[in-house]
Design a protein around this ligand. Structure first.
Ligand SMILES: Cc1ncc(COP(=O)(O)O)c(C=O)c1O
Length: 399
């Protein structure tokens, strides 16, 4: 089976280069949603009848599959609606562990989802919010990081792959340095897990946030992995049904993790679909995914480099994930992406929810065009992109 045949949405002639925003959904994931809605569309953790029992079993079995994918225990996996919610939940859990005089440290290349929760938390708790820099080439400025990683640093929040530059920071080493200072470490794995195996404990982090919808799962899915000893004590974002052991007019007692963090009716179909996505990744295999994406990223980089007027941001292909942001001199990135869209080539333009990074690098318009790959893309997709950019140049009279 050709890799593209797994994805019913991708017809001949269409080129999807926006997997960084959300991945295409493979047939087994779509089938899992249909199976649930046709077969046993009941709520979870409440009914005793057969549909309810089956829905609960499949929901919890999906948690096991997701946990296995990241080499974690099911109790450590909390389902959320996206990575943003997962990062906000991590901030909520850590909220009462920081206060006046403490420091929260993040990189300038974070997605807003891993920037704003920490900025807000620091401000609310009277702590310092400190941002460390990157080099002009797009690597972490380790000297600046070490300088700013002071003894009062209580939280380090760091991406595992920049969604703009593709940079993969040395997150294990940086996590260790932060742990040695007594800080909590929160990683953003949203752009990493679609491409590489993650063994959560070996990262040295306390929390890692993921987007389910970027790892071939349904829209509206994400999850937070956290160390059980911290999750046991944490403050949920929501309180209400399904997360309590007992409630009286005088107070309430919360359930253990992960239930205490999943108040209300969850996205049952989405989670079951996410379980199917974990199976899908396993069936393709990270070795195959990495092998294909390495070749494709290199081809994409060198193809774009060969086009006059294209400026690429970030490190060379051997040091980056499977995405490349660029600008075409003289054309607004939205015009580039719109024109390419008319040619059936789908990619994203804008600030990519990373405004501090665009400002720091002084990228024109504070925006860029981003081509993001998945293992199903092929060389022809990249050639189509190159031809498309040449047509944009003609249309805007640059040649
Ligand atoms: C690096 C990174 N972190 C976090 C997010 C937020 O993910 P979500 O849309 O699942 O909330 C994204 C989404 O693009 C991302 O690229």
């Amino acid at each position: 089976m050709r890799f593209k045949e797994h994805f019913p949405a991708i017809e001949d002639g269409l080129v999807y280069l926006d997997s960084g925003a959300t991945s295409l959904k493979p047939k087994p994931v779509i089938d899992a949603l249909t199976r649930y809605y046709y077969g046993f569309p009941a709520n979870v953790h409440r009914g005793a009848y057969p549909w309810a029992d089956r829905a609960t079993r499949e929901y919890e079995s999906a948690r096991e599959k997701v946990a296995n994918l990241i080499h974690a225990r099911p109790e450590e996996v909390v389902f959320t609606k996206n990575a943003t919610e997962a990062l906000n939940l991590a901030a909520s859990i850590l909220a009462n562990r920081i206060g006046k005089g403490d420091r929260v440290l993040v990189s300038v290349m974070e997605h807003h989802a891993n920037f704003l929760p920490w900025m807000r938390l620091a401000r609310e708790r009277g702590a310092e919010f400190v941002v460390f820099n990157i080099t002009p080439e797009g690597y972490v400025d380790l000297k600046d990081f070490e300088r700013k990683l002071t003894g009062n640093t209580k939280i380090l929040a760091l991406t595992m792959t920049s969604n703009v530059l593709g940079t993969v920071p040395p997150f294990k080493e940086m996590a260790k340095m932060a742990k040695d200072m007594g800080a909590f470490v929160v990683l953003d794995g949203a752009q990493y897990l679609p491409h590489h195996r993650v063994r959560v404990r070996s990262t040295g982090a306390d929390f890692i946030a993921f987007s389910g919808h970027k790892v071939f799962g349904p829209m509206g899915t994400g999850f937070l992995w956290g160390r059980e000893e911290i999750l046991r004590e944490g403050r949920p974002l929501l309180v209400g049904g399904s997360m309590i052991r007992d409630v009286s007019v005088d107070g309430y007692e919360m359930e253990d993790t992960p239930q205490r963090y999943e108040a209300g009716t969850p996205n049952v179909a989405g989670v079951i679909g996410l379980g199917a996505a974990a199976d899908f990744i396993t069936s393709i295999g990270y070795e195959e995914i990495e092998r294909r994406e390495k070749e494709l990223t290199s081809k994409l980089y060198h193809t774009l480099r060969g086009i006059e007027g294209v400026e690429i941001y970030g490190p060379p292909p051997e040091d980056r994930g499977a995405l490349i942001s660029f600008n075409l001199k003289g054309v607004h990135p939205h015009d580039v992406a719109w024109y390419l869209g008319e040619l059936g080539i789908m990619l994203r333009s804008g600030g990519h929810c990373a405004h501090p990074l665009h400002k720091f690098l002084k990228i024109p318009y504070n925006q860029s065009v981003r081509a993001s790959l998945s293992f199903f893309n092929d060389e022809e997709d990249i050639e189509r992109l190159a031809e498309g950019i040449e047509r944009v140049k003609k249309a805007f009279r640059l040649t």
